[in-house]
Design a protein around this ligand. Structure first.
Ligand code: F6P
Length: 546
């Protein structure tokens, strides 16, 4: 699987490099003028999402070459390998079978001879039963009070998915319960999340795939102290703490009842886990039926990704466009701009999904890479970003491809708001693509000295993703779209999109320094002079504050 010629030696890559020399000067104005139907032609629709990719700096030749590249990189074979549960996470020797999390009950997907789908549905049924208990008030706290507050404790994939989905689907959530998310080891996160809550009515979900993550375990222990300070009885942990993990032993050692533990599997990566039991807070918020609708949306996109021809395949097209800009135009970042307030945490969620997956410098067979891999992803909901960083996207010296995400119908229709919101999405994409020429600026009577400042060069690419309404199913489709686009990019770059060795060194050093800070002499001398001086300064300041 890994014996692939170097990416830059592939015929399609070389042809793209040559083709880029022609494309770098071509303007979107010209591309649209040449083909009056471009805006309808370069679109594709699946799983409730309409993608307009006409405002990209591509011609049919570009698209043909990108598709050839996908072929030469064996994308079809790799998609198949993922869906068949092969160990495509080669450095950890694991399958990456998150598609099994949303497969319908009757399907079978085997991992090491076990039917993953059957196991998934058994856990989903247990989650649903638990959520019904809590939501109905039948689940009682230690003193007999029903649960009104849910606090999810987790970090990375055990936090970003849950908090993003909660915010995104708030419209569908029970408003009689409070949901909070604690991730940072900074005590402020936990203290602020609990300060106005009553432990008698509070349930903690400790989410950790490994159940070894120091931030999560530290927060969980402090949450337990907070809880028991009022409830006074160790047995209260049983009613006030549940866990989601693959590490049952670790959970039991913490004192959480195995009966209140929801499992998942090593073939689910942390950043691909929001639709597993890690989504327990989501299910508590929106209920089991909406959660199943969300899984339905994920699955619809999975089917599309697996079966649609590449030239009509949303994730494939988006993935290939990312390669085109990152590797040929040298674009370093991509902005995701959701025009929906409920998606305010979506860019943060996608940061982990894309940057932890594709921020790699080594091919599958361990060769140092000499081309660009995953871009930096960032973004804010529209229209806020327009009054902040859009200046740079319109007139700065960097090329920033953008994804606009918008919905035809608002979930909160207040007179005039939605048309205005949508007018802004369309206007921004139009302005970025077509800009405003010096001639147009002059014709408006602008003083000559201001003309260069008021010119918009345009030719700044964007995708527009439109859906009817933000529903649980559409959220599922949207997340799966990005998951598979990330996978497509990883296949082209020949990297392992499912490991994350780059987080290890910082963790190891932090553990060592934490040990030193606990010791009386803070043995900082073993570090470089900068780190040593910083530690000394901190220890000195901490000492004098005591
Ligand atoms: O440090 C990175 C990471 O391993 C992520 O990949 C993961 O989502 C996060 O930490 C949390 O891990 P866990 O769910 O095991 O606590």
């Amino acid at each position: 699987m890994t014996a692939q010629p170097p990416l830059t030696a592939l015929p399609a890559w070389k042809a793209l490099a040559e083709h880029y020399q022609q494309m770098r000067q071509r303007h979107l104005r010209q591309l649209f003028a040449d083909d009056p139907r471009r805006g309808e032609r370069l679109t594709v629709e699946a799983a409730g999402l309409y993608l307009d990719y006409s405002k990209h700096r591509v011609t049919d030749v570009t698209l043909g070459l990108l598709l050839r590249l996908a072929e030469e990189c064996g994308l079809a074979r790799r998609i198949d390998a993922m869906f068949r549960g092969e160990k495509i996470n080669v450095t950890e020797q694991r399958a990456a079978l998150h598609v099994a999390l949303r497969a319908p009950k009757h399907e079978r997907m085997l991992v090491d001879g076990m039917d993953a789908v059957a196991e998934v549905h058994a856990v989903l049924d247990r989650m649903a039963a638990f959520c019904d208990e809590v939501r109905s008030g039948r689940w009682r706290g230690h003193t007999g009070r029903p649960i009104r507050n849910i606090i999810n404790i987790g970090i990375g994939g055990s936090d970003l998915g849950p908090v993003m989905a909660y915010e995104a689907l708030r419209h569908y959530s029970g408003r009689d319960m409070t949901f909070r998310f604690v991730s940072n080891v900074d005590a402020t996160d936990l203290v602020e999340a609990t300060r106005d809550l009553d432990p008698e009515e509070t349930l903690f979900i400790v989410c950790s795939k490994t159940f070894t993550t120091i931030e999560t375990l530290t927060n969980a222990h402090s949450a337990r102290v907070w809880c028991l300070r009022k409830l006074g009885d160790e047995r209260a942990v049983r009613q006030h703490f549940v866990a989601v993990s693959t590490n049952r032993e670790g959970v039991a050692t913490f004192g959480i009842d195995p009966a209140n533990t929801f499992g998942f599997w090593d073939w689910v990566g942390g950043r691909y886990s929001m639709d597993s039991a890690i989504g327990l807070s989501t299910m508590l918020a929106i209920g089991p039926e909406h959660f199943r609708d969300m899984l339905g949306g994920f699955h619809a996109m999975d089917v599309h990704f697996r079966t649609a021809p590449f030239e009509r395949n949303l994730p494939v097209i988006m993935g290939l466009l990312a390669v085109w800009y990152g590797d040929f135009f040298d674009a370093q970042t991509v902005a995701v701009l959701p025009y929906d307030q409920y998606l305010k945490r979506f860019p943060a969620y996608l940061q982990q999904l894309t940057m932890e997956s594709n921020g790699k410098h080594t091919t599958l067979d361990g060769t140092r890479i000499d081309y660009q891999t995953g871009p930096i992803l960032w973004g804010e909901p529209g229209t806020n970003g327009q009054h902040s960083f859009y200046q740079l996207i319109h007139q700065g010296t960097k090329l920033v491809p953008c994804d606009f995400i918008a919905f035809c119908r608002s979930l909160n229709p207040l007179d005039g708001h939605h048309d205005l919101l949508m007018a802004n999405v369309f206007a921004q994409a139009e302005a970025l693509a077509f800009g405003r020429t010096a001639g147009e600026v002059e014709a408006e009577g602008t003083p000559a000295s201001l003309v260069p400042h008021r010119v918009f060069e345009g030719n700044r690419p964007s995708s527009t993703i439109l859906a009817e309404r933000l529903t649980p199913a559409i959220l599922g489709s949207l997340v799966a779209l990005y998951e598979h686009s990330v996978f497509t990019q990883g296949v082209i770059w020949n990297i392992d999109s499912f490991d994350q060795w780059g987080v290890e060194l910082g963790k190891t050093l932090a553990q060592r320094i934490a040990g030193e800070l606990r010791g009386s002499s803070a043995a900082a001398d073993a570090h470089d002079s900068s780190t040593t001086a910083l530690i000394r300064r901190y220890v000195g300041s901490r000492g004098s504050a005591r």
